[in-house]
Ligand binder design. Structure first.
Ligand code: FAD
Length: 263
């Protein structure tokens, strides 16, 4: 199995988003981490490799600092890592990112499966995996909670939907996004941390990946973020209900809701 997993470096979710009066978004000094949803994709990719053989390559589009996220993925068990970056990529929208990733996946060649987390916790669009699948012309299975069977050239998965579960069979190569129900990500092993610290991480630029610079970067972003702002603080009365026990508090709350005709 030739598996690719894509990851984005994001600010730690505990950090506070700062927005100034000109709508400039900043994460301040927030520590940067692997997008938490991607840890499940990385874990699943490694499990598939351990079961079926082959290798896992982790990819990320981003500046030099993103190498830290890639090293973390290698420390979990990915064999290879590639950073894809060129100053021309700066300010790309999701459409631009999908072009860059699809080009890199084609450059790797003979890829069987591409895994993603279901979304990034900062951009939150969930667009990238579908865009990559579309550009590659491969099927996409989103919200995968279990890989039931993998027997090339076929894969069967269970998707977690709000209404229930859906079993899907598809041909390979394919793209999947995973939900956290799929596994429990492992901690990096000491051996792999050492390996990651020594592994050279190549940087593929626009020319090296065949990226059309007319499709990426701020100037070519189809979607522009016009304004980013923190929601206004809530106003209104807040009444705290106290009581001697959870039962007494629940009873007082129920009385209050009935008196206000909420229930
Ligand atoms: C300051 C700032 C300004 C921005 N301005 C704009 C703008 O004007 N217009 C606009 O459309 N977008 C803008 N973006 C968003 C940015 O382009 C998105 O981060 C990008 O499009 C990816 O989308 P997403 O974060 O919603 O990822 P999702 O689609 O939610 O992520 C899904 C999966 O794709 C993976 N993935 C996402 N990005 C990458 C990557 N770079 N490398 C590898 N895997 C990846 C995730 O890790 C996850 O597994 C801005 C972002 C920032 C921080």
């Amino acid at each position: 199995m030739n598996i690719v997993v894509c990851t984005k470096q994001v600010p730690d979710s505990a950090a506070t988003l700062k927005v100034d009066e000109q709508s400039n978004v900043s994460w301040g000094d927030a520590p940067l981490v692997i997008n938490p949803w991607d840890e499940y994709a990385i874990e699943e990719a490694i499990r598939l490799k351990e079961k079926f053989g082959g290798k896992v390559t982790v990819l990320s589009v981003g500046p030099e600092q993103v190498k830290e996220a890639l090293k973390q993925a290698v420390a979990m068990g990915c064999e290879e890592a590639v950073l894809i970056w060129d100053p021309a990529f700066d300010g790309s929208d999701a459409l631009g990112i999908t072009h860059i990733l699809a080009q890199a996946i084609q450059k790797i060649g003979a890829v069987d499966l591409v895994l993603f987390g279901k979304q990034a916790i900062d951009g939150d669009s969930g667009l990238v995996p579908a865009g990559v699948a579309r550009r590659l012309g491969w099927p996409l299975m989103s919200y995968v909670a279990r890989i039931d069977e993998l027997s090339a050239p076929q894969i069967s998965v269970t998707r977690a939907l709000e209404q229930g579960r859906q079993s899907v069979t598809s041909r390979l190569p394919a793209v999947i996004t995973v939900v956290k129900e799929i596994n429990e990500p492992r901690y990096p092993s000491f051996m792999n941390i050492r390996k990651a610290s020594k592994l050279p991480i190549p940087v593929w630029d626009a020319a090296g990946t065949g990226v059309d610079v007319g499709k990426v970067g701020r100037a070519n972003a189809a979607a522009q973020w016009i304004k980013v702002f923190a929601p206004p603080a809530r106003t209104g009365n807040v009444e705290l209900i106290n009581g001697d026990s959870p039962q007494a508090i629940a009873a007082a709350l129920a009385d209050k809701l009935m008196a206000d005709k909420v229930i």
